[in-house]
Ligand binder design. Structure first.
Ligand code: NDP
Length: 463
């Protein structure tokens, strides 16, 4: 049987574009790709990229505070001009979208700017009714924000909407305590919005190291975000042009905007999967094996639609490995066991790789090395921000099991610390590394004694 393409990719985001470009550009496959929205996907258009630019914008007031501490006694930011920023942001996202399209086309990928649905194991139907056949189909459609099922929640917004606001709200509520809620609360607060964050748990960022979560919760509060822990909304209703939000403690607050940052779900509905017999999990995630192959041999899936580790670099790596394996004759799997990540809070970021102290305790014994200090830059300026660095080390093998950093540029630091840790570095390797002085990162190689040893299921005891 002859096919129109060797590969048809559904979804022009990070994972799909990488797979398409490698398959076509490096391995000579005939590749078609369908994208119903904008090329670049969540990360580029409505996620990591615009979010990071907004974080930079939101830092300005804090930079002015710091500058006054250094003698620029009149440093002031004045009011933030959202319209100016949005116009520039739109231009930048248009530029990136063009670059994504151009690079894919330059590699030989034929792009269809419309929605595609599966018809059978080798056929997709585009929104204009035309059909394309392919030997292999890759589903890389990502995820979509999820709400929580309370009355009136349609009055609320989701993360995608932040980047499209005509005007900034005067008072906003963020619901959730995960990556997006914490980053967005930090951003809105920095841009001058009166911001409340309601999270049902007792410290934000569940799943991260407990000490780090507490530092993050404290920093969010110190910034001026009204962080309410142990609180969830139960109902939203319109009230004189605002949104009256009822909470589970019986209180009611009014906001100009309510954002649900309550997780994301695989975007696997209305894809025609029922025509193919591709298995899905209860969450809607497409079930794949370690080769990203679904229960139907010709259909593969990468990225958030598989709900493995929902991060851009992971989707990219999965897409690349798929293309090398299927079209490059080079079998490659992705190791999901050790992946660094960062939450872009302000002024300190939270970045991590490996086991948390709580996870290490379940595994067995571990030595905890940690350093808490005030970084010289903010201390001189008279600011009270504290940095925390922590290493978890296996006392038997000396291997570094986890590294956690709460501090300025923690995301940059963890990227570098991730290299030796991925290579299996020991604490002795860290100790043998000469410090770079004066930096904050040098603390990672100068922690000499453990502050405690934790043991399986026991409370931490002093060493
Ligand atoms: P997360 O899974 O990180 O957080 C979801 C939050 O919503 C949690 O605090 C969760 O609470 C809360 N929640 C879920 N259901 C309910 C409910 N019914 N009622 C009240 N609260 C609820 O998802 P995000 O939406 O923040 O982010 C989605 C994904 O995007 C992340 O997992 C991450 O992979 C990715 N991302 C990565 C970023 C980065 O790398 N810097 C930045 C932004 C997103 P609980 O913890 O109690 O379950």
């Amino acid at each position: 049987m002859t096919f129109d393409y060797d590969l048809f990719v559904i979804g022009g985001g990070s994972g799909g574009v990488r797979a398409a470009r490698i398959a076509a550009g490096e391995h000579g496959a005939r590749v078609g790709l369908a994208e119903e929205s904008r090329m670049g996907g969540t990360c580029v258009i409505r996620g990591c990229v615009p979010k990071k630019l907004m974080i930079f914008a939101a830092q300005a007031a804090q930079m002015a505070d710091e500058m006054r501490g250094y003698g620029w006694c009149h440093a002031e930011t004045g009011p933030f001009d959202w319209h100016f920023f949005r116009e520039k942001l739109d231009e930048e996202l248009n530029r990136l979208e063009r670059a994504y399209t151009h690079n894919a086309e330059k590699s030989g990928v034929e792009i269809h700017h419309q929605r595609a649905r599966l018809v059978d194991h080798h056929t997709v139907e585009l929104a204009d009714g035309s059909r394309k056949t392919a030997k292999h189909i890759l589903i890389a459609v990502g995820g979509r924000p999820a709400r929580i099922g309370i009355p009136g929640e349609e009055l609320g917004l989701i993360s995608d909407d932040l980047f499209l606001l005509e005007d900034l709200p005067r008072r906003a509520l963020l619901v959730g305590g995960g990556f997006i809620a914490c980053e967005f609360a930090t951003i809105l607060n920095g841009l001058g919005v009166d911001t409340m964050q309601a999270y049902r748990g007792d410290a934000v960022l569940r799943g991260f190291d407990r000490e780090m979560r507490e530092m993050a919760s404290l920093q969010i509060q110190q910034l001026g975000v009204d962080l309410r822990l142990g609180l969830s909304p139960t109902r939203l209703e319109k009230d004189a042009g605002r949104i009256a939000t009822h909470f589970d403690d019986g209180t009611v607050e009014h906001f100009d905007a309510v954002f649900f940052a309550t997780g994301r779900q695989p975007y696997s509905w209305d894809l025609g999967l029922e025509n193919t017999g591709v298995h899905r999990k209860e969450s809607g995630a497409i079930e794949v094996d370690e080769w990203s192959q679904s229960s139907v041999p010709s259909i593969f899936a990468v990225g958030d639609v598989t709900n493995r580790v929902n991060l851009t670099p992971v989707a990219i790596r999965e897409g690349h490995a798929f293309a090398d394996t299927v079209f490059g004759g080079r079998a490659r799997k992705v190791d999901h066991s050790l992946i660094a990540s960062a939450v872009y809070l302000r002024p300190h970021e939270l970045a991590t790789i490996g086991l948390t102290e709580e996870q290490a305790r379940l595994r067995g014994a571990a030595d905890v090395y940690s350093a808490v200090f005030r970084p010289m830059r903010s201390m001189f300026a008279g600011l009270d921000a504290r940095t925390l660095m922590k290493l978890l080390v296996d006392p038997e093998t000396d291997k570094v099991l986890g590294c956690h950093i709460f501090g300025p540029d923690a995301g940059e630091m963890i990227q570098l610390a991730a290299i030796p840790i991925t290579m299996g570095a020991t604490k002795a390797d860290f100790d043998a590394t000469m410090a770079v002085h004066p930096t904050a990162a040098e603390e990672l190689v100068t922690m000499r004694h453990p502050v405690r040893r934790i043991r399986e299921e026991t409370d931490p005891g002093a060493v």
